[in-house]
Design a protein around this ligand. Sequence first.
Ligand code: MOS
Length: 777
Amino acid sequence: MSIVGDAKQAIQGAVQSAMAKAVALAPDSWVPGGEPDPLIRERYGHVGKPLSRIDGPLKVSGQARFAAEFPMEGMVYAALVFSTIAKGRIAAIDTALAEAAPGVVAVMDHRNAPRLALPPVFMSAPKAAGGDDLPIMQGDDIRWNGEPVAVVLAGTQEEASHAVSLIRVAYEEEPALTSFAQARGQGTRPAMFMGQQLHDERGDAEAALAEAEVRVDAEYLTPRHNHNAIELHGVTAAWQGDVLRIHDASQLVAHTAWSIGQMFGMPEEKVVITSPFVGGGFGGKCLWQHQVLAAMAAKVTGRPVRLVLSREGVYRVVGGRSPTEQRVALGADREGKLKALIHTGVTIKTATNAMPEPFILPTRSAYASETLKLDVQIVELDMLANTFMRAPGESVGTFALESAMDELAEALGIDPIELRIRNEPEKDPATGLPFSSRHIVQAWRDGAQRFGWAGRDPRPGMRREGEWLVGMGCATGTYPYYRMPGGAARITLTREGRAIIDIAAHEMGMGTATAQTQVTAERLGLPLDRVTFNYGDSTLPGVVLAGGSQQTAAIGAAVGAAHRELVKALLKLAGNDSPLAGLGADEVVSREEGLCKADGPARHESYASILARAGQDTVSVEAEGPPPLETMHWSMHSHAAMFCEVRVNAVTGEPRVSRFLGSFDCGRILNPKTATSQFRGGIIMGLGLALMEEAQFDERKGRVMNPSLSEYHVPVQMDVPEIDVIWTDLPDPHAPMGARGIGEIGITGTGAAVANAIYNATGKRVRDLPITLDKLL
Ligand code: MOS
């Protein structure tokens, strides 16, 4: 993002903060969530049941069709050539051998690629989906090491991949900035994130730190991470008449349709993105070059194209998490009350995206400190654009903050849980807003009891079992409640009493289809088998991002709004011969497969009966959820208390996590089975962050050197212990269904809980992730 981009963001930010002030002062009843969602007091008991995934049978029998599994007549397979320099231009490209190779249909490079507009970069417009705004194969210039420079299209994947090896590219290299240290030396800039500067100051924190009775002040480092969803990024793309159809693996089908439409100069309705199943997203399954290259190649060849990124391809084309260098300084009095809380540091982005890793976000609302100083600075490198990766900001920010809290607890001789409870704020420390619902203290107490925290020896290195040093640690996890604008849904009710919900939402494996079927059945007063939840198609209503842990709230608010329209439409159809005659929409509720008077359920008429009398087969309504003003009126966050037990081998230094407990406070849990799985998945990703994950970036060449799962380590079965998960299940009165997001919180706090447990086991404080055995010897 350029300086001009920053200025634009600053103006947006000013408008936002003026509005935020007005919304903060508005009466509760004016704000969405001011009246608790009636679903918090449900009748049917669908919500909260551990329903198994409704798409489970399809998945285990191999019938769920993923993006790269759609067959198409005459389809060709694609393989990519990646640049080997970080900056410069293509001097020559020789594709003759490849073109003559068996099975090759065409080679596309900048010389014959269709002309198109720049990708709209994420957050630059409501439906912008691009990871960056660089031109895609439009010229001979190179912007990062790994940028696609040619696409081979052949009859089989093997033929395409082989022909790639026959292409010769000569480059004219230009000096590139690829070293973090060198870029820092040239100076940093303040980071802008979602229209706001990542900076916050209250009082004179440095002075308060200097005067504090007890202080800790340290630097924490987190490395570059790459996305590694099990399902590789892949698409099947075809031009069908004037319609571009793309089967994608996507977290944002509606955004993608609009963005690709912008690039090809087409109305968004002519771009149809479907994505019924996604094998993991985590922030990485947005719009990158591969979807666009496939669509371009389909135009060049006149045939449908399947383009699946290899594992290396994902590292070259799909951005990941940036490294961070963070300082956390805490000053406290002898009782542990925080006088100064400082969290600052530097991260890397490119000039072509708007995503500085916002690692101070968890610190804004964490503790009641007398003074506060938060700041993120950036440098910009010539590299693949970085992007969102599960709990961007919070995952690595809590590592630094919560490691520092553990260091402070030790310096004070206070139990680390007790220290956190002593600094529990009454209202949001950064915004002054009241909390919508914050029961982190209960999560701590429940978790401590279940984990057996009382049995921990606070002195490091005291517990040894044979070769193994054993320790326990804890940390706070947190992630904000978001609900983004644009959520809309259609409800169609049939004379047979069935409901069909249509919304352009996503199922990436987390259980959306299942939980939303439960929620909708509850809202409509229907049995589960009468509800069909359609999603994963850009032609459906709504602009819904499966990200920011916000999808459940976005869908919930949209379906809630559509339900209200449905009630109005049904009352109109019911007319004067109905037991409901004369009642207004506010006086009736959905119950027993129909509507009834809220305080007089005997006045009831079934949906089927209303439609039959009206002589209609169906009734269909569509509505948009209200603007998400609740987040400007309350401070809304999911919370977690994380507990870890590790064993560190005293001879080899090998760390093994032996027990883990996540104790969550995320409002109402809609489906305990799918939620447990999501919490566990987040924690497992957090174990990877703590102990293994690191993209090796060659600072001389700007190239990721370990683009494979054999060299970039993620936790496997043997690395993962039994993970216990509990929650408070206290509904948030201001969130749809009383539920806050749960998709990202599991990874937050986990890194620090592991690091703190390792300290308790060994007396070694590692402030540099990942904590590999060499750092423990
Ligand atoms: Mo998430 S990083 O918002 O998919």
